[in-house]
Ligand binder design. Structure first.
Ligand code: PGA
Length: 252
């Protein structure tokens, strides 16, 4: 991986976690030793109820805290929603936008995802923009085209290595234990970087592209060392400090 891109291992806790889950995060912070700090960034995106608490608990640990979604607007009459500014105020420095579960459960289009990424930047957060094809699209041979279109539609103008992370998460690999071949991951990450370069030129070389979908301690060394893979977005295996650290140690 070029020196311009520091690996990022990100955990997405989804709708899991209570106040006592802070103990797991403290265990992650304890295991985030100097050798690992030297090699990779760590990020945990807990449910919104825990962002402020966990941000306070991890101050000084080097582990960043992020949100899992945000509204495009800064404030207003949007019952149940959270703005990027609120996440920032609570101590977040990243926010995931366009996760496939949001795209499916909440019918989020590329345009909605793009507006959320712009909101993240407005608030001073780094946007983790998720893209990925369904099983039918993969089997039908359109995965590259589908994901390229998602990147074109979801990444706003003005993206940089500092404000954008892209997460490639094949929908069929999320929570299933299935993973693409390393060849397929490398091909897709290369395609994503090519699409980013059309818009960003050389800056595309600074944007981290994570792989996500059933990343576990046993497959992490292979997946995370693949060409153009700059880290992982981890769901289930980010809930336990021992698993999450074992994944990150692919870089140590
Ligand atoms: P998983 O989830 O690691 O549990 O497959 C990944 C994700 O949805 O970000």
């Amino acid at each position: 991986m070029p020196a311009a891109r520091r690996p990022l291992v990100a955990g997405n806790w989804k709708m899991n976690g209570m106040k006592h889950s802070g103990a797991e995060l403290i265990a992650m912070a304890d295991g985030y030793d100097a050798a690992l700090k030297d090699k990779a960034d760590l990020l945990i995106c807990p449910p919104a109820t825990l962002v402020a608490l966990l941000a306070a608990e991890t101050t000084g640990s080097g582990i960043a805290i992020g949100g899992q979604d945000c509204h495009a607007k800064a404030s207003g009459a949007h019952t149940g929603d959270l703005s990027a500014e609120m996440l920032k105020d609570a101590g977040a420095s990243f926010v995931i936008v366009g996760h496939s579960e949001r795209r499916t459960d909440h019918c989020e289009s590329d345009a909605v995802v793009r507006a959320k990424a712009e909101a993240a930047w407005r608030a001073g957060l780094t946007a983790v923009v998720c893209v990925g094809e369904t099983r039918q699209e993969r089997e039908g041979g359109s995965a590259l085209a589908v994901v390229a279109a998602q990147v074109r539609g979801s990444v706003p103008a003005g993206a940089s290595g500092a404000n954008l992370v892209v997460a490639y998460e094949p929908v069929w690999a999320i929570g299933t234990g299935l993973v693409p071949t390393v060849g397929d991951v490398e091909e897709m990450h290369g395609e994503i970087r090519k699409v980013l370069a059309e818009a960003l030129g050389e800056e595309a070389g600074k944007v981290r592209i994570l792989y996500g979908g059933s990343v576990k301690p046993d497959n992490a060394p292979t997946l995370l060392k693949a060409a153009d893979v700059d880290g992982a977005l981890v769901g289930g295996a980010s809930l336990k400090a021992s698993d999450f650290l074992a994944i990150a140690k692919a870089y140590a």
